[in-house]
Design a protein around this ligand. Sequence first.
Ligand SMILES: [Fe+2]
Length: 268
Amino acid sequence: MIDIHCHILPGVPGDDGSPDLDETMKMFELARADGIDTIICTPHGKQPAGDQIKRMDEIRAATEAKAAEFGIKLLRGLEYNLPQLFQVDSNGVGLAGTSFMLIDFVRSRMDSSVDAISRSTHSAGFHPICAHPERLFQSWEQVRHIYNTGYTMQLTAASIVGDFGHMCQRFSLALLDHGLCHYIASDAHSTSRAFRQTACKEFITEHYGEETANILFEENPKRLLANQMPLEIPVVSDDYDEDLPKNPLLRSLYRFFLRRHRDEDDED
Ligand SMILES: [Fe+2]
Protein backbone atom coordinates (compact mmCIF):
# COMPACT_ATOMS: atom_id res chain seq x y z
CA MET A 1 0.00 0.00 0.00
CA ILE A 2 0.92 3.62 -0.52
CA ASP A 3 0.79 5.92 2.50
CA ILE A 4 0.37 9.53 1.35
CA HIS A 5 0.71 11.26 4.74
CA CYS A 6 3.36 10.27 7.28
CA HIS A 7 5.80 11.97 9.67
CA ILE A 8 8.43 9.25 9.53
CA LEU A 9 11.54 11.28 8.67
CA PRO A 10 13.79 11.68 11.72
CA GLY A 11 14.42 15.08 13.27
CA VAL A 12 13.03 17.39 10.59
CA PRO A 13 13.05 20.98 11.92
CA GLY A 14 9.52 22.20 12.61
CA ASP A 15 8.01 18.70 12.55
CA ASP A 16 6.55 16.74 15.46
CA GLY A 17 7.15 13.31 13.97
CA SER A 18 9.96 10.83 14.55
CA PRO A 19 12.67 12.43 16.68
CA ASP A 20 15.56 10.23 15.57
CA LEU A 21 16.66 7.43 13.26
CA ASP A 22 16.10 4.77 15.92
CA GLU A 23 12.39 5.63 16.10
CA THR A 24 12.18 5.90 12.32
CA MET A 25 13.65 2.40 11.93
CA LYS A 26 11.02 1.00 14.30
CA MET A 27 8.36 2.83 12.31
CA PHE A 28 9.66 1.29 9.08
CA GLU A 29 9.22 -2.13 10.65
CA LEU A 30 5.65 -1.32 11.71
CA ALA A 31 4.83 0.16 8.30
CA ARG A 32 6.05 -2.93 6.47
CA ALA A 33 4.10 -5.18 8.83
CA ASP A 34 1.03 -3.10 8.01
CA GLY A 35 1.45 -3.75 4.29
CA ILE A 36 2.94 -0.38 3.32
CA ASP A 37 5.70 -0.28 0.70
CA THR A 38 5.62 3.37 -0.38
CA ILE A 39 5.56 6.37 1.94
CA ILE A 40 5.20 10.01 0.98
CA CYS A 41 7.11 11.81 3.73
CA THR A 42 5.08 14.79 4.89
CA PRO A 43 6.71 16.72 7.74
CA HIS A 44 4.92 19.92 8.74
CA GLY A 45 6.06 22.88 6.73
CA LYS A 46 5.43 26.47 5.87
CA GLN A 47 5.87 28.49 2.73
CA PRO A 48 8.23 30.03 1.93
CA ALA A 49 10.59 27.77 3.84
CA GLY A 50 13.64 27.23 1.63
CA ASP A 51 16.03 26.19 4.40
CA GLN A 52 13.54 23.81 5.99
CA ILE A 53 12.75 22.11 2.67
CA LYS A 54 16.45 21.83 1.88
CA ARG A 55 17.05 20.16 5.25
CA MET A 56 14.06 17.86 4.75
CA ASP A 57 15.44 16.76 1.37
CA GLU A 58 18.83 16.04 2.93
CA ILE A 59 17.28 13.97 5.71
CA ARG A 60 15.11 12.02 3.29
CA ALA A 61 18.08 11.29 1.02
CA ALA A 62 20.06 10.07 4.03
CA THR A 63 17.16 7.84 5.15
CA GLU A 64 16.22 6.23 1.82
CA ALA A 65 18.75 3.42 2.05
CA LYS A 66 17.50 2.47 5.54
CA ALA A 67 13.93 2.41 4.26
CA ALA A 68 14.97 0.20 1.35
CA GLU A 69 16.19 -2.41 3.86
CA PHE A 70 12.53 -2.79 4.82
CA GLY A 71 11.35 -2.78 1.20
CA ILE A 72 9.97 0.73 1.59
CA LYS A 73 10.32 3.55 -0.92
CA LEU A 74 10.33 7.12 0.39
CA LEU A 75 8.88 9.97 -1.65
CA ARG A 76 9.04 13.72 -1.20
CA GLY A 77 6.17 15.65 0.35
CA LEU A 78 5.13 18.25 2.87
CA GLU A 79 2.10 18.92 5.05
CA TYR A 80 1.54 22.63 4.83
CA ASN A 81 0.37 24.30 7.98
CA LEU A 82 -1.96 27.21 7.77
CA PRO A 83 -2.38 30.12 7.89
CA GLN A 84 1.18 30.39 6.58
CA LEU A 85 0.23 29.33 3.07
CA PHE A 86 -1.20 32.48 1.58
CA GLN A 87 1.52 32.93 -1.03
CA VAL A 88 1.60 29.61 -2.81
CA ASP A 89 3.69 29.67 -5.93
CA SER A 90 4.85 27.09 -8.43
CA ASN A 91 7.80 26.24 -6.15
CA GLY A 92 5.42 24.69 -3.63
CA VAL A 93 6.03 21.08 -2.65
CA GLY A 94 3.42 18.76 -4.11
CA LEU A 95 3.05 15.19 -2.89
CA ALA A 96 5.58 12.93 -4.65
CA GLY A 97 6.34 15.67 -7.17
CA THR A 98 2.72 15.93 -8.32
CA SER A 99 0.38 18.91 -8.35
CA PHE A 100 -1.44 17.67 -5.24
CA MET A 101 -0.71 19.67 -2.10
CA LEU A 102 -1.52 18.46 1.43
CA ILE A 103 -2.94 21.17 3.66
CA ASP A 104 -3.53 21.10 7.41
CA PHE A 105 -5.93 23.78 8.59
CA VAL A 106 -5.62 25.66 11.83
CA ARG A 107 -9.03 25.29 13.39
CA SER A 108 -9.34 28.81 14.75
CA ARG A 109 -8.41 30.36 11.40
CA MET A 110 -10.41 27.97 9.28
CA ASP A 111 -13.19 30.33 8.26
CA SER A 112 -10.85 32.94 6.83
CA SER A 113 -8.47 30.40 5.29
CA VAL A 114 -10.54 28.00 3.22
CA ASP A 115 -11.45 30.21 0.27
CA ALA A 116 -8.13 32.08 0.14
CA ILE A 117 -6.07 28.90 0.21
CA SER A 118 -8.18 27.27 -2.46
CA ARG A 119 -7.74 30.27 -4.78
CA SER A 120 -4.05 30.50 -4.01
CA THR A 121 -3.24 26.82 -4.54
CA HIS A 122 -5.34 26.50 -7.70
CA SER A 123 -3.85 29.62 -9.27
CA ALA A 124 -0.36 28.21 -8.55
CA GLY A 125 -1.32 25.01 -10.39
CA PHE A 126 -1.95 22.80 -7.33
CA HIS A 127 -4.92 20.73 -6.20
CA PRO A 128 -5.43 21.13 -2.44
CA ILE A 129 -6.02 18.06 -0.30
CA CYS A 130 -7.53 18.76 3.13
CA ALA A 131 -5.70 16.67 5.74
CA HIS A 132 -7.88 14.85 8.29
CA PRO A 133 -11.02 17.07 8.20
CA GLU A 134 -12.61 14.70 10.73
CA ARG A 135 -10.19 15.91 13.39
CA LEU A 136 -10.63 19.60 12.66
CA PHE A 137 -14.27 20.20 11.97
CA GLN A 138 -17.37 18.99 13.67
CA SER A 139 -19.64 21.17 11.59
CA TRP A 140 -21.18 19.54 8.58
CA GLU A 141 -21.52 22.89 6.80
CA GLN A 142 -17.80 23.60 7.16
CA VAL A 143 -16.78 20.29 5.61
CA ARG A 144 -19.28 20.64 2.79
CA HIS A 145 -17.90 24.10 2.14
CA ILE A 146 -14.36 22.76 1.91
CA TYR A 147 -15.42 20.09 -0.55
CA ASN A 148 -17.45 22.56 -2.62
CA THR A 149 -14.50 24.97 -2.67
CA GLY A 150 -12.41 22.44 -4.56
CA TYR A 151 -10.56 20.39 -1.95
CA THR A 152 -10.33 16.65 -1.89
CA MET A 153 -10.28 14.92 1.49
CA GLN A 154 -7.73 12.72 3.26
CA LEU A 155 -9.06 10.95 6.32
CA THR A 156 -6.78 9.28 8.86
CA ALA A 157 -7.06 5.52 9.32
CA ALA A 158 -6.85 5.74 13.12
CA SER A 159 -9.85 8.11 13.16
CA ILE A 160 -11.99 5.63 11.25
CA VAL A 161 -11.18 2.64 13.46
CA GLY A 162 -11.90 4.67 16.61
CA ASP A 163 -8.43 5.41 18.03
CA PHE A 164 -9.28 9.10 18.47
CA GLY A 165 -12.56 8.45 20.25
CA HIS A 166 -16.18 7.95 19.44
CA MET A 167 -17.01 11.46 18.22
CA CYS A 168 -14.12 11.51 15.79
CA GLN A 169 -15.04 8.06 14.50
CA ARG A 170 -18.68 9.03 14.14
CA PHE A 171 -17.82 12.11 12.10
CA SER A 172 -15.40 10.07 9.99
CA LEU A 173 -18.15 7.59 9.17
CA ALA A 174 -20.52 10.41 8.28
CA LEU A 175 -17.93 11.73 5.82
CA LEU A 176 -17.53 8.27 4.32
CA ASP A 177 -21.31 7.83 4.12
CA HIS A 178 -21.53 11.01 2.04
CA GLY A 179 -18.60 10.24 -0.21
CA LEU A 180 -16.47 13.00 1.31
CA CYS A 181 -13.28 10.95 1.42
CA HIS A 182 -10.73 10.43 -1.34
CA TYR A 183 -7.69 9.10 0.51
CA ILE A 184 -7.00 7.29 3.76
CA ALA A 185 -3.51 7.72 5.19
CA SER A 186 -1.72 6.90 8.43
CA ASP A 187 -0.55 10.37 9.53
CA ALA A 188 1.79 8.28 11.68
CA HIS A 189 4.05 10.29 13.99
CA SER A 190 5.75 7.62 16.10
CA THR A 191 5.65 3.98 17.18
CA SER A 192 2.83 4.85 19.57
CA ARG A 193 0.88 6.82 16.97
CA ALA A 194 1.57 4.48 14.09
CA PHE A 195 -0.01 2.64 11.15
CA ARG A 196 -3.60 1.44 11.03
CA GLN A 197 -4.02 0.99 7.29
CA THR A 198 -4.68 -2.76 7.34
CA ALA A 199 -7.21 -2.56 10.18
CA CYS A 200 -8.89 0.36 8.47
CA LYS A 201 -9.01 -1.37 5.10
CA GLU A 202 -10.69 -4.35 6.74
CA PHE A 203 -13.16 -2.01 8.46
CA ILE A 204 -13.97 -0.22 5.19
CA THR A 205 -14.36 -3.51 3.34
CA GLU A 206 -16.73 -4.81 5.98
CA HIS A 207 -18.84 -1.67 6.32
CA TYR A 208 -18.62 -0.05 2.88
CA GLY A 209 -17.70 -2.91 0.56
CA GLU A 210 -14.74 -3.94 -1.57
CA GLU A 211 -15.27 -1.31 -4.25
CA THR A 212 -14.91 1.55 -1.77
CA ALA A 213 -11.93 -0.10 -0.04
CA ASN A 214 -10.21 -0.59 -3.39
CA ILE A 215 -10.75 3.03 -4.44
CA LEU A 216 -9.45 4.40 -1.14
CA PHE A 217 -6.48 2.10 -0.53
CA GLU A 218 -5.37 1.12 -4.04
CA GLU A 219 -6.79 3.15 -6.86
CA ASN A 220 -6.66 6.72 -5.55
CA PRO A 221 -3.12 6.57 -4.10
CA LYS A 222 -1.91 5.20 -7.45
CA ARG A 223 -3.78 7.91 -9.30
CA LEU A 224 -2.16 10.50 -7.06
CA LEU A 225 1.31 9.25 -7.94
CA ALA A 226 0.29 9.46 -11.60
CA ASN A 227 -0.88 13.06 -11.00
CA GLN A 228 -4.51 12.15 -11.72
CA MET A 229 -7.59 13.32 -9.86
CA PRO A 230 -9.03 10.72 -7.44
CA LEU A 231 -12.15 8.67 -8.05
CA GLU A 232 -15.22 9.38 -5.95
CA ILE A 233 -16.44 6.63 -3.63
CA PRO A 234 -20.09 5.49 -3.73
CA VAL A 235 -22.40 7.68 -1.66
CA VAL A 236 -24.30 5.78 1.01
CA SER A 237 -26.39 8.62 2.37
CA ASP A 238 -27.66 11.90 0.92
CA ASP A 239 -28.73 13.54 4.15
CA TYR A 240 -26.67 14.19 7.23
CA ASP A 241 -28.69 13.18 10.23
CA GLU A 242 -27.24 14.16 13.60
CA ASP A 243 -29.33 11.39 15.14
CA LEU A 244 -27.77 8.50 13.28
CA PRO A 245 -27.09 5.55 15.59
CA LYS A 246 -23.91 6.08 17.60
CA ASN A 247 -23.07 2.42 17.91
CA PRO A 248 -20.98 1.25 14.91
CA LEU A 249 -22.95 -2.01 14.69
CA LEU A 250 -26.27 -0.15 14.60
CA ARG A 251 -24.82 2.25 12.06
CA SER A 252 -23.84 -0.70 9.94
CA LEU A 253 -27.38 -2.07 10.12
CA TYR A 254 -28.71 1.38 9.32
CA ARG A 255 -26.53 1.55 6.22
CA PHE A 256 -27.56 -1.96 5.18
CA PHE A 257 -31.24 -1.08 5.28
CA LEU A 258 -30.55 2.27 3.64
CA ARG A 259 -28.76 0.54 0.75
CA ARG A 260 -31.58 -1.98 0.41
CA HIS A 261 -34.10 0.84 0.44
CA ARG A 262 -32.13 2.67 -2.25
CA ASP A 263 -31.85 -0.51 -4.34
CA GLU A 264 -35.61 -0.95 -4.14
CA ASP A 265 -36.02 2.67 -5.22
CA ASP A 266 -33.75 2.03 -8.22
CA GLU A 267 -35.91 -0.91 -9.27
CA ASP A 268 -39.08 1.19 -9.21
FE1 LIG B 1 0.18 15.13 9.64
